[in-house]
Design a protein around this ligand. Structure first.
Ligand code: AMP
Ligand code: MG
Length: 315
């Protein structure tokens, strides 16, 4: 398949209308979209990514009234989060409308819904005129793509079209919050922080804190976000010493930075989160064997950042 590269949301939307899949920019990472109501188009997402079929997809909307065709009901806690955080990097898990094909939700009777903030994503969704389902636009198991070039690296020849945009602003995926119980539960940490959620709903909890196996979020059990290189979490950068062809990413420099073949020092956690996946990809391209990642405090965006680093380190 010849993968079309375009900057035109309307041209990209035509591929969706023809039942094809299209990669598009969002503020979190690049997504791989298909018509939410077209089973065979959705199947192409799983095929292109090599995604296990028991890993549900997130519905993406441009307008709030599209929620009614996706969710059977919007409980009051979900409405509060919609009012506070839509559009933005937050996915709400809601009871699913019966018209949604089960392939989209991997057989679950709930569905994750998000309204992206990114102007090109919004233009594209509006041009499609329908909600899309979209996971991250990478091969399953690889670091999520934060640039269109990273999408092309993984999916060239496997998808119909890539809608080009700028590098993703957040660089980590959306926060997934289960809204089907009494209190909101974070199933995956992401771009909207626990602290921000607790400002509007103080009862917000985290599922299995610090651990990957939230049974309500099947996707979290899979190996994720991994470069080919070995990832090592560096708790005390002052003790971190390079081993073989190694790289370092963090905020504080280790004492022997010159021994690293590649390094990136970030000013703060948001910049670190923004850079991580791209850094992983560059390390693989450059044949790095070990990547040392400085541990950060698990507050604010640091919670999502440490979650991704731990998964990459297989901890
Ligand atoms: P991705 O689209 O690649 O960022 O992955 C989507 C993530 O959201 C996976 O970890 C899924 O398990 C999670 N997710 C999507 N839909 C649901 C749902 N209905 N219930 C629980 N988790 C979900
Ligand atoms: Mg993904």
């Amino acid at each position: 398949m010849n993968t079309k590269l375009t900057q035109s949301p309307t041209l990209a939307a035509r591929y969706i209308a023809h039942g094809e899949v299209v990669a598009f920019p969002t503020e979190t990472v690049y997504g791989l979209g298909a018509n939410l109501f077209n089973e065979s188009a959705i199947r192409k997402i799983f095929e292109a990514k090599g995604r296990p079929t028991d890993n549900p997809l997130i519905a993406h909307i441009a307008e709030l009234d599209q929620l009614r065709s996706i969710a059977r009901e919007v409980p009051p806690i979900a409405q509060t989060l919609v009012d506070a955080f839509f559009p933005g990097p937050l996915t709400l898990v809601l009871p699913k409308h019966e018209q949604i094909p089960l392939i989209a939700t991997a057989g679950l009777n709930t569905i994750g819904v998000r309204m992206p903030q990114h102007p090109i994503a919004r233009q594209f969704l509006t041009a499609c005129g329908m909600p899309l389902v979209a996971p991250s636009a990478n091969l399953s198991g690889r670091p999520s793509p934060t640039t269109w070039q990273a999408v092309r690296e993984d999916l060239n020849g496997r998808i119909a079209c890539i809608l080009k945009g700028d590098p993703a602003k957040v660089g980590l995926e959306s926060t997934v919050v289960d809204c089907t119980g009494k209190a909101p539960v974070i199933l995956r940490a992401g771009g909207v922080t626990l602290e921000q959620l607790r400002e509007v709903l103080p009862e917000t909890e985290i599922a299995n804190p610090g651990h990957a196996e939230a049974p309500k979020s099947p996707g979290m059990k899979y190996r994720h976000y991994s470069p080919d290189a070995r990832v090592v979490i560096s708790i005390f950068p002052q003790f971190t010493a390079p081993v073989g062809d190694s790289a370092y990413i963090g905020i504080d420099p280790p004492p022997r930075l010159d021994g690293f073949k590649k390094f990136l020092l970030c000013r703060e956690v948001a910049e670190y989160a923004h850079a991580l996946f791209q850094f992983f990809r560059e390390c693989d391209e450059e044949g790095i064997q070990t990547i040392f990642c400085q541990a950060v405090q698990e507050k604010g965006l640091g919670l999502a950042l440490m979650d991704r680093i731990r998964r990459a380190a297989h901890e």
